[in-house]
Design a protein around this ligand. Sequence first.
Ligand code: P1T
Length: 379
Amino acid sequence: MKFNTKTIHGGQKHDPAYGAVMPPIYQTSTYAQTTPGGHKGFEYSRTHNPTRKALEDALASIENGKFGLAFGSGLAAIDAIIKLLKSGDEVISTNDLYGGTYRLFTKIFEDFGIKFHFIGMDNADKIANYINDNTKLIWVETPTNPMMNIINIKAMAEVSRKHNLLLAVDNTFATPYLQRPLDLGADIVMHSATKYIGGHSDLVMGALIVKNEELAKKLYFIQNASGAVCGPQDSFLALRGIKTLHIRMQRHCENGEAIAKYLKSHSKIEKVYWPGFDDHPGHNVAKEQMDGYGGMISFVTKGSNYDSAIKIVENLKIFTLAESLGGVESLAGHPASMTHASIPKEEREKTGVVDSLIRLSVGIEDVDDLIADLEQAIG
Ligand code: P1T
């Protein structure tokens, strides 16, 4: 089945009770049993819920995995991955990543004795210098948030296989429409399903997809034992979102490209970060491992500083100034004071997250209106 068919049918079946084409929202915490253990496969909704199961099967299908797991947020999904580890273990992570992921790693899990090495991942050979007997996991986000760096998933998979490590890839920015990390050798794909998977800025959710059954069992155990699951209503919405992922992504990519090119040609713009440009340092890898370049763009205007960047995002009228990304509506953000404020200034500036950086999540509106909005805001 091809991707555009999978979004609508992959892993999905009509509801067995009445043949409902969309799975009903099974708004129930528990399930009647005829005798202890005598149930129809569902006993308690932290463990299993039919609506969540329908979503999890669809997620597994679109990522070319075998097992899907849905969580109450993207961070809850990441939390479950790190709980595969124990005190003394080490993780090698990209140094350019969502601020909340950095905060979870450094402010929660470091206190539990897990060590994180944050490094630039432009070259897989660098990783070897950080691998020792305690290393267990490589954490990759690509394209990275918010600098749009590209990490070579295949090369990372080779390193992780060679050293018997797990490779987890945060596929939030690309989505499986553009990039399928399991096919490239990753062990775990993670999503903030809050973003493009849901697609309508109306839910908060995380997802994990794996192929390996033993790994899936461990993650299901953590999902149930820690309990950070999503509810049936949100599962229904995310499943509905998946049905249009391919057409939304197609438009996000078209609009993203037009806006990236508009910004690059603008006399007041200093730098535009978008992997579709030939001169983007990760362009060749992106071309190889992605089917398009997406709708996320970061940029800096000439001679700008904190205040002038804030003024631009405040001036926007169609782009909404807000955290998050990946919805049908265009959003603008100021990473230094919003999504990446939890990373110390000297750390975030090392990766380019300067006070003058603006991030756009380009939506699926008419691109002429979006460009006119940027034009009036940049001045
Ligand atoms: O917000 P939550 O669903 O918990 O997902 C966290 C997360 C994980 N990974 C990436 C790449 C992300 O972008 C996020 C959340 N990001 C934002 C809220 C943001 O505006 O960047």
